[in-house]
Design a protein around this ligand. Structure first.
Ligand code: NAP
Length: 262
């Protein structure tokens, strides 16, 4: 029996992009069940129609930035299922300077990307700890290690996710519950369709990943002891360089991203 069989996987943000790719890749691994979460029920239903032929699946419409909604979802799910793998993937970014973004814009990014992750962890961790088994996988970004101009709230939410996850990783050692962070570079998804990007950002990237590259890293993380996995793996070198020779790397970051500023 593979390590995947008999596992129930919950994926937030599974109606599109990286989350959808993760759902399909796990489905091919013969997992017990995949529970897909997002706000739009109609988008989830479309994915469900494709996935149900490969694997047992279920969808939950839930806005993870609302604490009470996550708690309600947990109560419904735990009536019949035990979550073995929680994948905190739902998230979005708003492109714009700190001067131009409203406080509400900034709060909304934090509410989904950071607090949404916390609400899911706080709801599903107790049963994992009780069973002395589980895996929490948080989809961060390379923006958890680089402050990108015009993406301050997004970078802050991912730095926060990385820091929280690292503390939790140490706290949970020996409990049977594992924590992994996956940090990809830019990925070709609906992420850049947010109107704030105004089509001016993604097309200028030279190298954009296919979401399946990220889902492959997620699948492999099930059997990996590593805490943070960058995708592709070699960008780990860029993070190391930034911390080691910031006086060379920071001007390069500055120059590369400043051109996107109005
Ligand atoms: N694309 C990239 O370049 C890139 C790079 C590194 C990391 N990431 C991270 O990867 C994750 C997935 O993004 P993606 O690129 O796959 O984007 P995407 O295609 O836009 O997918 C985002 C998913 O999150 C869901 N979602 C958004 N807000 C939600 C909320 N409040 N509650 C529940 N679900 C919510 C969306 O569905 P609904 O709108 O229906 O809720 C959708 O299913 C994000 O955390 C993102 O930060 C992306």
């Amino acid at each position: 029996m593979s390590k995947y069989e008999e596992k129930t996987i919950l994926i937030t943000g599974a109606s599109s992009g990286i989350g959808k790719a993760i759902a399909f890749d796990f489905a091919k691994k013969n997992v017990k069940k995949i529970i897909m979460v997002a706000r739009s029920k109609s988008k989830l239903d479309q994915v469900y129609e494709e996935l149900k032929n490969i694997c047992e699946a279920e969808v939950y419409s839930c806005d993870i930035s609302i604490k009470e909604s996550v708690s309600k979802m947990k109560n419904e799910i735990e009536k019949k299922d035990k979550i073995d793998v929680l994948i905190n993937n739902a998230g979005f970014g708003i492109f714009g300077s700190v001067k131009d973004q409203t406080i509400e814009d900034i709060e909304s990014v934090m509410a989904t990307n950071y607090f949404g992750m916390i609400y899911c962890i706080k709801n599903f961790l107790p049963s994992m700890m009780k069973n002395r088994s589980g895996h929490i996988i948080n989809i961060a970004s390379l923006a958890a290690s680089f402050g990108i101009p015009m993406m301050a709230p997004y970078c802050a939410s991912k730095y926060a996710m990385l820091g929280f996850s690292e503390s939790l990783y140490y706290e949970l050692k020996g409990t049977g519950v594992k924590v992994t962070v996956i940090s990809p570079i830019a990925v070709k998804t609906n992420f850049f369709n947010n109107q704030s990007f105004n089509n001016k950002f993604v097309h200028k990237f030279g190298y954009v990943l296919d979401p399946r590259k990220v889902s492959k890293a997620v699948i492999n993380s099930i059997n990996s002891p590593r805490f943070e996995i960058t995708v592709p793996f070699f960008v780990r070198g860029a993070v190391w360089l930034k911390h080691t020779i910031p006086f060379i790397i920071n001007p390069i970051i500055d120059k590369s991203f400043k051109k996107y500023m109005p």
